[in-house]
Design a protein around this ligand. Structure first.
Ligand SMILES: [Zn+2]
Length: 179
């Protein structure tokens, strides 16, 4: 199998709008989903989208699990999300740090709706309607953005962009404040 690489910022493919998946049940889609899950695991991400490996189709993975920054993150996934639509977003937005596997070494604060209601087709080919909140809602909105060709830097205040080193410096204070 051809080795798949994560595209990094600067690659114009990341700014393209993706197209709907026509055949969610096909072997091709299954293989792609499996690959994305593997890459997500390897890179210790909580999500990854097909455009990030150069496939501009409406498909992404959500894989939420507790981590250093979000010790209370729910366990959800790996869930394969195909042809998603966001039906509604709460007016209440939350600003929090995000990173992106396509923008290595950078963290930035991003506003996201606290609660969302969505539909998508899962890997079994079944159309589901789901409500997500907080961390999982954040991952969903981040990955959904990738399908529109939107990156976190598009949503960032330039004064709230941090290098990994600077991010680590403030992480401690930040975590204390959150409690
Ligand atoms: Zn990303």
């Amino acid at each position: 199998m051809k080795k798949l690489k994560i595209l990094e910022i600067g690659d114009k493919k990341l700014w393209e709008k993706s197209k709907p998946v026509k055949n969610p049940g096909s072997k091709e889609v299954l293989d792609l989903a499996k690959n994305l899950i593997q890459i997500c695991k390897k890179s210790k991400g909580v999500g990854i989208s097909a455009p990030q490996i150069g496939k501009n189709i409406d498909l992404f993975i959500i894989w939420s699990k507790p981590n250093k920054r979000y010790p209370n993150a729910p366990k959800f996934g790996p869930e394969v999300v195909i042809n998603p639509k966001i039906l509604s977003k709460s007016k209440k937005e939350v600003k929090d740090f995000e990173g992106c596997l396509s923008i290595p070494g950078i963290r930035t604060k991003v506003f996201r709706a606290k609660n969302i209601e969505v539909t998508y087709t899962n890997l079994g080919g079944i159309k589901v309607k789901q409500k997500f909140s907080d961390f999982v809602a954040r991952i969903f909105q981040h990955e959904f953005d990738h399908l529109q060709g939107i990156l976190i830097l598009d949503r960032a205040n330039p004064k709230e962009i941090y290098s990994e080193k600077e991010f680590k410096k403030i992480l401690k204070t930040y975590l204390t404040k959150r409690r």
